[in-house]
Design a protein around this ligand. Structure first.
Ligand SMILES: Nc1ncnc2c1ncn2[C@@H]1O[C@H](COP(=O)(O)OP(=O)(O)OP(=O)(O)O)[C@@H](O)[C@H]1O
Ligand SMILES: [Mg+2]
Length: 285
């Protein structure tokens, strides 16, 4: 592990619905299944998707008696006082205390951020050792990182979100001597393959080169994600038909492999990740 305790992974993108909360829980649960100690932190106080996801997981454990690993979960509320400056200070204090309390207790802290700019989101980005940005597989979604020339596919101008990340990187480098390893991942990739999809892939690579970040292999569009949230499960958990409503399929196996590849691409510090401690899936015939 890093000298200073837990490795912090923030999942961020100012574009709503890009798959941040889904990715955050999948990364956390994957790492738990590898026998690491993991904390999850939700700073999306408006939607609280990750908090609800973890709560659903707890209630599935209680009602079904199944044993699945649980992250240590913290939800950080937004401060709602009259003074913006005081709110920001209060949020910074509570955030710093929460992270300080977790740093020596766990190996990894996974932070889910909201799909909009705000003080807590910026603080989360500033604390990240690794930043994972899921991007829905379309040129419109790529726009959140950079404006791209429609003809050449070249990035013309970086976006406000990218500038925020670059600022957080510079500040972090100045104060801690460490930057942020920023990894982009295409999400909800269509199985059909299309001209648009290859355009997105080539543009994303050019944008990544411009922003100094890396691109991981993507996650495909899969209907199974819809059934996982209400039961608080991930594709890494033992999934049976009575829990899911239908038997697990090859789609689960493939989704596992994609998330494993994502974690491998993150090149997280040891303890080693990437072994196959996850229980085998029972597939339908
Ligand atoms: N690979 C995928 N295939 C199919 N559906 C997906 C996939 N990833 C995420 N989804 C679905 O997309 C929707 C948005 O996902 P999620 O809530 O994780 O996004 P988000 O970025 O956290 O959104 P917000 O910005 O609102 O917080 C959810 O319904 C989720 O189940
Ligand atoms: Mg979310």
């Amino acid at each position: 592990m890093a000298d200073s305790g837990a490795h912090i992974i923030a999942v961020g993108n100012e574009k709503g619905g890009s798959g941040k909360s889904t990715t955050a829980l999948h990364l956390a649960v994957y790492l738990l299944h590898q026998d690491h100690r993991v904390a999850t932190v939700d700073v999306d106080s408006r939607q609280q998707t990750l908090t609800r996801y973890v709560r659903n997981r707890r209630s599935t454990v209680e009602t079904s008696g199944r044993q699945v690993p649980m992250p240590k979960h913290v939800h950080l509320p937004t401060a709602w006082g009259d003074s913006i400056r005081e709110n920001q200070r209060a949020e910074q204090d509570i955030f710093a205390k929460a992270i300080a309390g977790l740093r020596d207790e766990v190996d990894y802290i996974v932070i889910d951020t909201p799909g909009f700019d705000g003080n807590l989101a910026r603080l989360a980005h500033g604390m990240a050792d690794t930043l994972v940005t899921p991007i829905n597989d379309s040129m419109i979604d790529l726009d959140v990182l950079a404006r791209v020339d429609p003809v050449s596919g070249e990035p013309i101008e970086t976006s406000p979100y990218s500038r925020n990340v670059q600022r957080a990187r510079t500040e972090r480098l100045a104060s801690t001597g460490r930057g942020i390893d920023w990894v982009l991942v295409r999400n909800r990739i269509s199985n059909l393959g299309s001209r648009n999809a290859s355009q997105v892939q080539s543009s994303i690579e050019r944008v990544a080169a411009r922003l100094g970040c890396r691109v991981a292999d993507g996650i495909a569009e899969r209907v199974i994600f819809r059934s996982l949230f209400p039961i608080g499960m991930t594709v890494f958990d033992p999934l049976e038909a009575d829990l899911l409503g239908s038997a697990p399929t090859m789609s689960h196996v493939n989704a596992r492999q994609e998330y494993r590849s994502l974690v491998a691409a993150l090149q997280l510090p040891t303890p080693a990740v990437g072994s196959t401690a996850t229980e085998p899936l029972r597939l339908s015939a």
